[in-house]
Design a protein around this ligand. Structure first.
Ligand code: SAM
Length: 289
């Protein structure tokens, strides 16, 4: 069976009385080149165990099965169970867990299902949960590569640097832990039902260590979030409004000491700039306590 042929998918789904769920982000691929190119980009080999989120009817799962040592797919929609039992019957290295990926202990799941392998993620993600899923996957800390198709707009935000209108707190969080690459775009015509937006495939590669040393990583992300929560405000106003105990005059002095205009906005700072201001704040807070 050709799992990306529009007519074959429709017939398969009709035979199983399957109904698409918008709330589960169900847009299935109908162009063979897409799952092939995504799987080919995912840095897979016999030594790699790959986690897929949301196999749908299994078109990407089959491509992963050809290239990885083992595939573990987590699928929320139990009504896909009889369909996947049929479409993946000949894939001996695929296991499926039915449940919500956001409720899994991901490192424990990987260890339990594929001990002794190196780990990667490859998925066409349900777009409504992209940010929490990526946050959980990065937080799990066990994946060398995360290759995912997501909304183009979110992909651009994840990969953006200073000076781009897409630059923001989530991109800085991802880039702190992972190197990011924007690989290719996929138009709505490659899916059933067609989404309203263009999609992009990105590859994240785990950094061996953060890009720079920082005194307090938790404080760094608080500073970044505060800066972008109110991105039209100056950094001084944004930080003093959202981080208790930060005095405006003192913040202005810190920025001047670091060589910045005291009226600078957070969006003008690169990651190094955020680290430098965080270290100044951490040092001042330690001196106070
Ligand atoms: N991989 C298939 C493809 O490319 O054609 C389907 C991708 S579709 C965009 C997203 C898939 O994720 C659906 O199968 C959906 O049921 C599943 N899904 C949605 N939310 C999920 C969750 N929280 N945990 C696991 N799977 C989920």
């Amino acid at each position: 069976m050709n799992l990306t042929d529009y007519n074959e998918i429709r017939a398969l789904l009709a035979r199983h009385k399957f109904r698409f769920s918008k709330s589960m982000g169900q847009n299935f691929l109908t162009a063979a080149w897409v799952p092939e190119d995504i799987a080919e980009s995912a840095a897979l080999s016999e030594e790699v165990g790959v986690l897929e989120i949301g196999p749908g009817v299994g078109c990407l799962t089959r491509e992963l099965s050809k290239r990885a040592g083992k595939v573990l797919s987590v699928e929320l929609d139990k009504s896909l169970k009889p369909i996947l039992a049929e479409t993946l019957a000949d894939c001996g290295n695929v296991e499926i867990v039915y449940g919500d990926v956001l409720k899994q202990d991901i490192p424990a799941l990987m260890e339990a299902h594929m001990p002794g392998l190196r780990y990667a993620v490859c998925a066409n993600l349900p777009y409504n949960v992209t940010t929490p899923v990526l946050t959980a996957l990065i937080g799990a800390g066990c994946f060398e590569h995360i290759t995912v198709m997501i909304q183009r707009e979110v992909a651009r935000r994840i990969c953006a640097g200073t000076g781009s209108p897409d630059y923001g707190a989530f991109g800085i969080f991802v880039q702190w832990y992972m190197e990011t690459e924007l690989l290719f775009d996929v138009p709505p015509s490659c899916f059933v039902p067609q989404p309203k937006v263009t999609s992009s495939v990105i590859r994240l590669t785990r950094r061996l260590s953060p890009p720079l040393p920082v005194k307090d990583e938790g404080l760094l992300f608080r500073v970044v979030r505060a800066a972008f929560n109110q991105r039209r405000k100056t950094l001084v106003n944004a930080l003093s409004a959202q981080i208790p105990g930060l005095d405006k005059a003192e913040l202005e002095q810190m920025l001047t000491r670091l060589g910045y205009d005291p009226r600078v906005r957070g969006e003008a700072l690169d990651i190094e700039g955020f680290v430098r201001i965080t270290d100044e704040i951490a040092a001042a807070q330690i001196a106070l306590s």
